[in-house]
Design a protein. Structure first.
Length: 202
């Protein structure tokens, strides 16, 4: 079994816990209060700005075979994923420019940026976000919410293009010199941050 496949196996119970979280349940049903999603959207926007920095920091360290992919991931995050957030911000009245990181966002981005000081550590730490959202998207897409804004959010993360980016992240992790035990520790810490991130600050 590849390293990424092993991590997905040990991480799936934390995906199941996310599926039970009230914020995720509200999105799935299309019934999440707008104020909650607006707050989450602002936090995720700030998170993704640092996620781009993580990809960029790893690109600086990357072997030639991975360099283009990390640049592509940074570009896709900045120009595609953040474009969704900017579009939804107008519909939900989110203040992306005035948003301030809450504790879950600050803890998660600090963890990712610190982990990215090491190439293999950074790949293991960031994989929960890519794989977790791709997995959540594919599960939620089985019964899409009728509310169009939440439906668009689910469709973004269930898109085959996003799944392909996730698979490439898995491949880069498998091709790195990551120590399996350390990679699992970082991956599970990232998964715990993923779960905590749904606790939207007031």
């Amino acid at each position: 079994m590849s390293l990424s496949a092993h991590l997905e196996d040990v991480g799936f119970p934390l995906v199941e816990r996310q599926l039970e979280h009230p914020t995720v349940v509200g999105i799935a049903k299309g019934e999440l209060p707008e104020a909650v999603f607006r707050s989450w959207l602002e936090q995720d926007y700030l998170f993704l700005l640092d996620y781009v920095r993580v990809f960029s920091r790893l690109a600086w360290q990357a072997p030639a075979a991975h360099l283009g992919d990390l640049v592509d991931l940074a570009h896709a995050t900045y120009h595609e994923e953040l474009s969704l957030h900017r579009s939804l911000a107008g519909e939900f009245g989110a203040d992306l420019d005035g948003a301030v990181k809450g504790a879950p966002c600050q803890a998660y981005t600090t963890f990712l940026l610190d982990s990215a000081a090491s190439y293999s550590d950074g790949l293991a730490a960031l994989y929960p976000c890519m794989w977790g959202y791709s997995t959540l998207g594919s599960i939620l897409a089985r019964n899409l919410p009728q509310e169009p804004r939440y439906r668009r959010w689910v469709e973004t993360y269930s898109d085959p293009g996003f799944a392909a980016l996730t698979r490439r992240c898995a491949q880069m992790l498998d091709e790195s010199d990551a120590d399996p035990a350390r990679a699992e520790t970082l991956f599970l810490e990232g998964m715990r941050h993923e779960l905590a991130f749904w606790n939207v600050p007031d």
